[in-house]
Design a protein around this ligand. Structure first.
Ligand SMILES: [Zn+2]
Length: 783
């Protein structure tokens, strides 16, 4: 890929004067300039047919063309010893196109003239940010000035104590020695904008990120005068006395907080663009965890609707979700942001996670597998070191091989659209108002159970926001609602339309049982599609009983229907004939058992005529002592799995039994196999990809104009469910069958990791080929 000598453009950072009229004129000019100036902007050479290329006439701003980033997170000790020459060689070696550099906020890494903007401890007059910014620009790299704007020291606090958060008693909230600033105060309205403007005036960075832009999290309520006044003006009531999800004031306070963060997002962009030009964007940072976004009041859907790029701060995996979480994050965020935009992700080269050692190298395969899964999900790599001097120098060898491979193959890794006919539905509103204070049990475990069952079954899927069901419905032959308890009336209507249009549906647990605030509905809003109705009163989410039930695992089972019972009384009565013979294909693989391990709890339901019940509930009985461990009630009519034909030939499966949550929690193969069977049956086993061969393989499919790009990530190793991975274990051969869409021949196959060329055997619309061995990952390009 060719690069111009310098990618930053003085024209785009031309300073416009601050008044509104001038700003409008400037923006107007800038918009015109965007389609006419080509010399200053980079022409992306590959893929002339790509959709984005056509839309933009080949002109891309910096935030759409830089695909590898690097960040040395400066510590306060660094200014004395920062060896910029060495780091420039590292930038080059790791093939990055931009750097993220600490600029201001809690501490300034340049000589700031803004009152109370404290300079870093050991700065000693050095203009470290300025030196780094100039060096990067000389090397043709873009600069994201990184801010950290939510705390200040005691001197600042004493000067403006009314800019800081306080608890109900008026005591300031602190983090260590620092005081936490209030999102509704002039700190965010005036102070941070003045820092942004000063940095633009002095250095012209391409844009801004901010590590902690969204202020105090949900767990602490601020009662400062600014907050009280603003909330009163908006809602005519006082700030709620505490967290109570059933209190309307608290619910409104949650939404009011989300809205304020969006105002800050808009304000910061307005400030940076008006001072630095149209492309001088402010991009904040966001998390890979939706519950994390919820606790920080960051509305992902609304942020993505505004954002030009998502700077993803998700540095390492957690043990529960594995590397595959990164692929899911990429697809989830792209589905909100659009696939033409970029999502660089901060990837730790130090031992991040559990445990954390900021100055030790992360085991190299652990770090690279996280990068690899991110790339498979459409994320761009961004190495991250803490501190500019390291005695453990091994970490400097981790990123370069991944980055070099990425550079050589990047035309296959961006500008592509995912191929999948399975959508898994989620929403942040469900995380907030259904998940409440039990997000893991109510929302994350069911989500994990469904998505892990799909990955284990090698069925590519896409996350779908519940507000986008109607927009995206055409892509999917199956939608899955994994215990999506909270659904708005509009979302319910869109699912109904989707099914009426012939779509297949799997829903689990309490899907659609609660309204947008988490208040119980008298029945599932989708009860007619499920063919099932609540018979008693739906409990409020706040009731302890409900919360306890989902946290505990009960010694319960499901009875598989019809029973075979050939050996129910043991080998002595094996001559007894089966009571029934033929089981539904969903129960494939369970022919030798009449019971199924469950763990959850079920209540009676009324089912509609025409439904088919394949499993019923067996209530709990003792585990200890073993003498007591026998079924007191071997059979009930309480349904665990219901099939309902919607009359148009499409298939609906409703699983009141929370098998997805149980699988998310315990990884029991029976749970996975049942979920996979349900998904396969409701989809008529109609998937574009079949992968034969052993191993836990995460598969992703993308389409570019004239080709398909398939990622296979090998998750088969001793650390699949717990950090770290040390040794990679190869699997193979894998026999791949890929359905070939119109416009692609399917016989020309290039493997981008092993470098091999293969000939695909094309037959009846499928291309078949073999990957002989898979170590960490492989990418197959099919022409
Ligand atoms: Zn406040």
């Amino acid at each position: 890929m060719s690069k111009p000598d310098t990618i930053y453009d003085n024209k785009s950072t031309e300073k416009a004067s601050g008044d509104h009229e001038n700003r409008r004129t400037f923006l107007k000019k800038a918009c015109v300039a965007a389609v006419t100036i080509t010399g200053a902007d980079f022409i992306f050479p590959q893929d002339p047919e790509s959709e984005y290329q056509q839309k933009t006439n080949g002109v891309r701003p910096w935030y759409r063309r830089i695909t590898r980033w690097g960040q040395t997170n400066i510590t306060e000790a660094d200014p004395a010893t920062y060896d910029i020459k060495w780091w420039r060689s590292y930038w080059k070696r790791t093939r990055i196109g931009g750097i993220i550099v600490n600029a201001g906020g809690i501490v300034a890494y340049y000589p700031s003239s803004i009152p109370l903007h404290r300079q870093a401890e050991s700065l000693g007059g050095r203009d470290l940010f300025g030196e780094l910014c100039r060096s990067a620009h000389e090397d043709g790299l873009a600069v994201f000035a990184r801010m950290d704007s939510n705390r200040a020291d005691e001197e600042f606090y004493n000067a403006h104590s009314d800019w800081f958060t306080v608890d109900k008693s008026g005591k300031p909230y602190k983090a260590g020695d620092l005081f936490i600033t209030c999102i509704n105060s002039p700190y965010y309205n005036d102070h941070i904008p003045s820092v942004i403007k000063e940095i633009i005036d002095l250095y012209h960075p391409e844009g801004f990120t901010d590590n902690s832009w969204s202020g105090l999290g949900r767990d602490s309520i601020c009662y400062c005068d600014n907050c009280r006044k603003s909330f009163r003006e908006k809602h005519g009531m006082e700030i709620p006395p505490g967290a109570d999800w059933d209190d309307q004031a608290y619910r409104l306070w949650i939404r009011w907080n989300y809205n304020r963060r969006l105002e800050i997002w808009d304000l910061n962009n307005q400030v940076s663009r008006s001072a630095g030009g149209r492309d001088c964007i402010w991009a904040g940072m966001n998390s890979g965890s939706i519950s994390g976004q919820s606790r920080s009041f960051r509305d992902y859907k609304e942020i993505c609707a505004r954002a030009e790029i998502i700077m993803l701060d998700s540095q390492a995996r957690n043990d529960a979700e594995g590397f595959q979480q990164n692929g899911i994050s990429g697809k989830m965020i792209h589905s909100l942001l659009g696939w033409e935009k970029l999502i660089p992700e901060s990837m730790a080269m130090y031992q991040a996670g559990r445990p954390t050692f900021r100055l030790s190298s992360k085991p190299v395969n652990e770090a690279r597998m996280w990068m690899t899964e991110g790339i498979a999900g459409g994320i761009q790599p961004w190495w991250h070191h803490v501190g500019a001097y390291h005695e453990d120098r091994r970490m400097y060898n981790t990123a370069a091989p991944v980055m070099t491979w990425h550079e050589a193959n990047e035309r296959y890794l961006i500008d592509r659209n995912p191929v999948s006919n399975v959508g898994v539905v989620w929403s942040q509103q469900n995380m907030d108002f259904y998940g409440r204070d039990a997000t893991e049990q109510r929302v994350e475990l069911p989500w994990r159970g469904i998505t892990q069952a799909l990955i284990r079954s090698r069925i590519p899927f896409l996350p779908v926001h519940a507000d986008h069901i109607e927009r995206d419905a055409k892509k999917f032959s199956l939608l899955i609602l994994p215990n999506l308890g909270v659904m708005t009336d509009d979302q319910v209507v869109s699912v109904r339309k989707y099914v009426a249009g012939g779509g297949n549906l799997v829903a689990t647990g309490e899907s659609s049982l609660y309204n947008e605030w988490g208040d119980p509905r008298p029945d599932y809003a989708l009860s007619d599609l499920f063919g099932a109705h609540i018979t008693g009163k739906v409990p409020a989410l706040a009731e302890d009983k409900n919360a306890r039930q989902i946290q505990e695992t009960s010694h319960t089972y499901l009875r598989i229907l019809p029973e075979i019972r050939s050996r129910i009384d043991g080998p002595h009565n094996s001559s007894e004939p089966p009571v029934s013979g033929v089981r539904h294909p969903i129960l494939k693989g369970f022919g030798e058992t009449d019971i199924f391990p469950f763990g959850g709890t079920l209540n009676p339901l009324k089912t509609d005529k025409g439904t088919e019940i394949l499993m019923t509930f067996i209530p709990a009985f003792p585990i200890y002592p073993p003498e007591t461990s026998w079924m007191r009630i071997p059979k009930t009519d309480i349904p665990g799995l219901i099939l309902n034909g919607s009359g148009k030939g499409n298939r609906v499966a409703f699983l009141p039994a929370d098998i997805d949550r149980q699988f998310g929690r315990y990884n029991l193969p029976d749970h996975c196999n049942l979920l996979a069977n349900i998904i396969r049956w409701t989809s008529n086993d109609n998937f574009p990809l079949i992968v034969d061969g052993p191993g836990l393989i995460d598969c992703h499919i993308y389409r570019q104009a004239e080709r398909l790009v398939l990622h296979f990530v090998n998750l088969t190793n001793a650390g699949a469910w717990r950090q770290p991975v040390d040794e990679l274990i190869p699997v193979g051969p894998l026999r791949i069958s890929m359905r070939i869409p119109d416009g692609i021949a399917g016989n020309d196959i290039s493997l981008l990791v092993s470098g091999r060329k293969l000939e695909g055997v094309v037959d009846k619309g499928w291309s078949r080929f073999e990957i002989s061995t898979l170590l960490d990952h492989e990418v197959a390009v099919i022409l």
